[in-house]
Design a protein around this ligand. Structure first.
Ligand SMILES: N[C@@H](CCC(=O)N[C@@H](CS)C(=O)NCC(=O)O)C(=O)O
Length: 202
């Protein structure tokens, strides 16, 4: 298996953390997706990272599909529960964390455009999604040890990758550490895990 990734991508980091936590061997190729004819397009029409290439040539995307696949590749340290409501609860965390990232990426892209072309209304819309998403996750996490019930799961990994990227890119200078203490505490705790420490975005 080969994973096409980039050192800064939070979605690819989610997959890299899952690979490490589950001790799955996989070659990781860092690719630049900025050029129009980048090497990902040959495997994924969307040209996005992460893309996982299986040994038979099958390409799997996006990150949510890849992590679901990987969790079944090895029974070691299951990260997604089997039971329907439990599984959906973990995927809901993931959808929220990824959704905050999506809004963060849009906010960042807009802020990199020439000042006179930037839409304040569009940026405020994305900022609202980020702030509401973080508020919901901080409320749900509260003073619990883990996002979902009493064990480490994909929900924690998705949240950690989301917060790590916010800290790295600071889209729109959204100040979240002071405002959402449970999230700051959780990121600090997750950062101690080798799977997170070895994949810090850069
Ligand atoms: N929903 C996708 C998002 C993937 C994504 O947007 N990846 C970015 C890198 S962080 C990318 O490849 N962007 C290149 C592009 O959109 O052309 C996932 O979870 O995998």
């Amino acid at each position: 298996m080969k994973l096409l990734a980039s050192p800064a991508s939070p979605y690819a980091r989610k997959v890299r953390v899952v690979l490490a936590e589950k001790h799955i061997d996989c070659e990781i190729h860092m690719v630049d997706v900025q050029p129009v004819d980048n090497p990902v397009v040959a495997h994924n029409p969307l040209g996005k990272l992460p893309t996982l290439l299986l040994d038979d040539g099958t390409a799997i995307y996006d990150s949510r599909v890849i992590v679901e696949f990987l969790d079944h590749v090895s029974p070691i340290g299951r990260l997604i529960p089997e039971e329907n409501r439990e599984r959906i609860a973990v995927h809901r965390w993931e959808a929220l964390a990824d959704g905050v990232l999506d809004a963060g990426a849009l906010l960042r892209a807009e802020s990199l455009r020439p000042r006179q072309e930037q839409s304040e209304a569009w940026m405020a819309r994305q900022r609202g999604k980020i702030e509401r998403g973080l508020a919901q996750m901080a409320h749900d996490l509260g003073d619990h040890a883990w996002c979902h019930h009493d064990r480490y799961s994909l929900a924690d990994i998705a949240l950690g990758c989301c917060l790590g990227w916010l800290e790295f890119r600071r889209p729109g200078d959204v100040e979240w550490r002071g405002k959402f203490a449970p999230l700051a505490r959780h990121l600090d705790k997750l950062s101690q895990r080798p799977a997170f420490a070895n994949t810090v975005p850069r």
